[in-house]
Ligand binder design. Structure first.
Ligand code: NAP
Length: 475
């Protein structure tokens, strides 16, 4: 087993339990075992919901919740390298990127702690209506109830943090199901939560068959909200199956970037190369489609390609590695098939397109038609297309030509162009002179169209996981 190999139990009602069955986790890079985790099924999921319901019978005051969240942030600070090594081992994420994720998780907990202390309703100006004269009205922000949280493999620590920290800040107990490929980072967070003094039942972590555990979260009426980050196919199905719950969805994207001729092309090329291939493109906001104004196209491509070719492909545990493996062989085969489809349709592979050992080299594709998968579906691999455009209208139409709408970006030195793009790009966020892969953890983050229906960032997630209760007093 690898250096971080371990055997972990599940957290259920404050107890670390074994179930007699195990989920094995292997390195996406070497195939070596990373460790194994006790496997939960429907029975454990029902017990976890019960434990969460019973925990919420004794609400934790906001100051206690904030103190616990701050302690977790502190503990994460102390164990940052261990967290980064865990992420890297189980997800195959290059250490450089894993360290950034571990640091970000600290800030997610810190912002959630702030929100716990700020959580408040608002005054209602009752005498603004004749009927309200003589009355005092205000709202209380109440926790929505037990939250079922489901997270993906690609940010196994910080996206789990974005699930559990705001839910706890809001006063909700959580039943968490992390991705089966990456449970160790989530269990590390669970350990830190219990060490920080979180009482039993407030956080329960289950690893096991998604459908079995997911069904309990969907069907049990006491789970009042499901917060899901993952693929659109799974997310929208969950929402359909749970019409009476709040189902918050953070889903995929096919991230576009527009580069105008007046942009700083060197800056754009550097940021695009760094953000199209980091973690082998397995970020929901990895740069995937670059549209360049025709007069600057050759220049931008000439600055971009050498930077892409200089990226170090290899072992994620190696300090120098920029691009590691895809999460599994199926993912790699799918991405290779999409490259082949583009090639067969007349697109030109400018670099990459083949394997280096077992790893897919960063790939840049020119002249990919708008109907190709690489041009409108989520690649989730180390591929980026480059396409020339003539007018801003055309660029915006191309960028919007996808069912997704999470984040998009534009590089330009003209404020008018930037603001016009920000208004017309149909995405939850637009970055200007920054790659749309940028995320800082307090930002409102989320998508439109198929990319989701909610906003994360602790301040926004806390709002989504609480309900306003109106109180009217007759004076
Ligand atoms: P996924 O296959 O949808 O899995 C996500 C989670 O859902 C995993 O925990 C998975 O469990 C679980 N799941 C699968 N089927 C389920 C079911 N029927 N019921 C309940 N849960 C189920 O996604 P992924 O491959 O891990 O992650 C990649 C996707 O996430 C990409 O589309 C990416 O864009 C998106 N993403 C979005 C954001 C965002 O903030 N918008 C951030 C990161 C990633 P198992 O692991 O056990 O199958």
């Amino acid at each position: 087993m690898a250096a971080t190999a371990s055997e972990k139990k599940l957290l259920l009602g404050g107890e670390w339990i074994e179930t007699g069955a195990w989920v094995e986790v292997r390195s996406p890079y070497s195939g070596e075992p990373v460790g194994r985790v006790a496997r939960a099924g429907a029975a454990e999921a029902r017990r976890a919901v019960e434990a969460a319901v019973s925990a919420m019978r004794e609400p934790l005051p906001a100051h206690k919740r904030a103190e616990i969240l701050v302690r977790v942030a502190g503990a994460l600070g102390k164990r940052q390298e261990e967290a980064a090594q865990t992420i890297s081992a189980e997800a195959g994420k290059p250490l450089k990127a894993a360290r950034v994720e571990a640091a970000r998780a600290m800030s997610t907990f810190t912002f959630a702690a702030v929100e716990a202390r700020k959580l408040a309703g608002e005054m209602v100006p009752m005498d603004a209506a004749q009927a309200g004269t003589g009355k005092l009205g205000f709202t209380l922000r109440q926790p929505i109830g037990v939250v079922g949280a489901i997270s993906p493999f690609n940010f196994p620590l910080n996206l789990v943090a974005h699930k559990i920290a705001p839910a706890l800040a809001a006063g909700c107990a959580v039943v968490l199901k992390p991705a089966s490929q990456t449970p160790f980072s989530a269990l590390l967070l669970a350990e830190l939560e219990t060490e920080a003094g979180l009482p039993p039942g407030w956080l329960n972590v289950l690893v096991g068959p998604a459908a079995e555990i997911g069904d309990v979260l969907v069907e049990d009426e006491r789970v009042r909200a499901i917060t899901f980050t993952g693929s659109s196919a799974v997310g929208w199905k969950l929402a359909e199956r749970a019409p009476r719950k709040r189902v918050n969805l953070e889903l995929g994207n096919a991230t576009p970037v527009v580069v105008a001729a007046d942009a700083d092309l060197d800056d754009a090329a550097a940021k695009l190369a760094a953000n199209a291939f980091s973690f082998a493109g397995q970020s929901c906001i990895s740069v995937q489609r670059v549209y360049v104004e025709r007069s600057a196209y050759d220049d931008l491509v000439a600055r971009f390609l050498p930077r892409v070719e200089a990226l170090v492909v290899g072992d994620p545990a190696d300090e120098a590695t920029d691009v590691g493996p895809l999460i599994d062989r199926d993912a790699r085969d799918r991405v290779l098939a999409w490259i082949e489809e583009a090639g067969a349709a007349g697109a030109e592979i400018l670099t990459g397109g083949e394997l280096e050992g077992e790893l897919l080299r960063p790939t840049v594709i020119a002249n990919a038609g708008p109907g190709l998968k690489v041009s409108c579906e989520e690649v989730f691999g180390p591929i980026c297309t480059v396409t020339a455009y003539d007018t801003l209208d055309e660029a915006i139409e191309l960028a919007n030509g996808t069912r997704y709408g999470l984040q998009a970006g534009i590089f330009t030195s003209n404020v008018k162009t930037a603001l016009e793009a920000a208004r017309r790009l149909e995405f939850g966020g637009v970055t200007v002179n920054e790659a749309p892969t940028f995320r800082s953890d307090q930002m409102p983050y989320g998508g439109v169209k198929d990319s989701g229906n909610t906003r994360e960032g602790p301040a926004y997630a806390v709002r989504e996981l609480t309900e306003e209760r109106l109180v009217v007093l007759e004076l």
